[in-house]
Design a protein around this ligand. Structure first.
Ligand SMILES: *Cc1c(COP(=O)(O)O)cnc(C)c1O
Length: 370
């Protein structure tokens, strides 16, 4: 069986080795005679898996001692609410940088909780770029500054982060966590739904500086309070055990591959293949993102008109490529090339793009001459 050429935006491709390992342990994990889904979340076997996942993520991302790793549910979307609930005090305000639909959603939720301010936005240029750091004038007293490190829908990505000093920098890294080296100590809180780079859906990773967790926020519902999850090692209630197990396998896979350095190297090669196909097409393919803001995770592009785009997407589908339609809100095409998407699949897509352009233009030439 040939694995699909999967460019889905999320849930997305998982490493084949991870799926094989899960398959090999499906009926009997750790000699328990049970599937991981049938274990008690309080059992030694599960607790070992759970702690191993936390430990491996800490290792891979070089997470300092003064940070906690939490495994939560509700997706990145619930963090849009939990962050202001836990971090935004009544007498304070939260600053947001708008770089796409997800940052807009994060802002909408924060507005329901407290006072917010938009300190930079690239909406007026249709989210084709990331603001210059010098254009972000955040409040020195802000409870935090929120950014979206990779804009999954528009295909832009921050490549340098603001140095916010005393203001905690909060980043939605759902679509680029673990894709490149970052300095965690520059952030107050990092969060990510797992279904892009970390594993299956159903689990959200929060990396939070310990001093940002308060044990005196009794008014917050228990499940929405970071302190609850910190105090119980993310085992306050029944966690998504299967998702955590698969996350732990993905992290092992990343480590075996050579860690973040190697992953970052691979991701650059993959993205360059596709951006080269765009840049060398004499304008047949147009990248949505400005070159200095291009994402290495989501490559977004359009073709000369909607009709050609439809033909491209149909032919791509016929050739076995999955998930190339742009997000329903922006249209166009998008190739999501998260960590688990193999280089060979990106090469196949780049070749397909070149061939499609050639075939299309030859046909037009023949029609024109006829
Ligand atoms: C996918 C995505 C989300 C939404 O994640 P859910 O887990 O579905 O809530 C939020 N932010 C970004 C940047 C994303 O890519």
């Amino acid at each position: 069986m040939k694995r699909a050429l999967n460019f889905n935006a999320g849930p997305a491709a998982l490493p084949e080795d991870v799926l094989k390992r899960a398959q090999s342990e499906w009926l009997n994990i750790d000699n328990t005679g049970m599937s991981v889904m049938e274990l008690s979340h309080r059992s030694d076997t599960f607790e070992t898996i759970h702690n191993h996942a936390i430990q491996t993520l800490k290792e891979l991302m070089d997470i300092p001692e003064n940070y906690d790793v939490l495994f939560l549910q509700g997706g990145a979307s619930l963090q849009f609410s939990m962050i202001p609930m836990n971090l935004l005090k009544a007498d304070s305000l939260a600053d947001y940088v708008l770089t796409g639909s997800w940052s807009e959603k994060a802002l909408q939720e924060a507005k329901k909780i407290g006072t917010t301010r938009v300190v930079a936005s690239t909406k007026d240029v249709n989210y084709t770029s990331i603001p210059k750091l010098s254009d972000i004038v955040y409040n020195q007293d802000a409870a935090y500054l929120h950014i979206t490190s990779n804009n999954t829908i528009y295909g832009t990505q921050w490549n340098v982060f603001p140095d916010t000093k005393n203001v905690p920098l909060v980043a939605d890294m759902s679509s680029d966590i673990l894709s490149k080296k970052i300095d965690v100590s520059k952030f107050g809180l990092i969060y990510a739904g797992a279904q892009k780079n970390l594993g299956p859906s159903g689990i959200t990773v929060v990396i939070i500086r310990k001093d940002l967790i308060s044990d005196s926020l009794d008014e917050i519902p228990t499940m929405l309070n970071y302190h609850t999850h910190q105090a119980s090692n993310s085992l306050y209630n029944t966690p998504p055990t299967l998702a955590i197990y698969l996350l732990s396998l993905v992290l092992d896979w990343a480590k075996d591959l050579g860690g973040i350095t190697k992953i970052e190297e691979n991701n650059a090669k993959k993205a360059e293949l596709l951006y080269h196909a765009i840049d060398s097409s004499d304008g047949f393919y147009q990248g949505h993102a400005k070159p200095d803001s291009r994402s290495y995770m989501n490559v977004t592009f359009t073709l000369p008109n909607k009709e050609i785009e439809q033909e491209f997407l149909q032919k791509a589908k016929d050739a076995g490529f999955i998930g190339l339609n742009g997000h329903r809100s922006v249209g166009g095409c998008r190739a999501s090339i998260y960590n688990a998407v193999p280089l060979e699949h990106c090469q196949e897509l780049a070749d397909f793009m070149k061939n499609f352009k050639k075939t299309y233009q030859n046909r037009e030439k023949t029609l024109f001459n006829a």
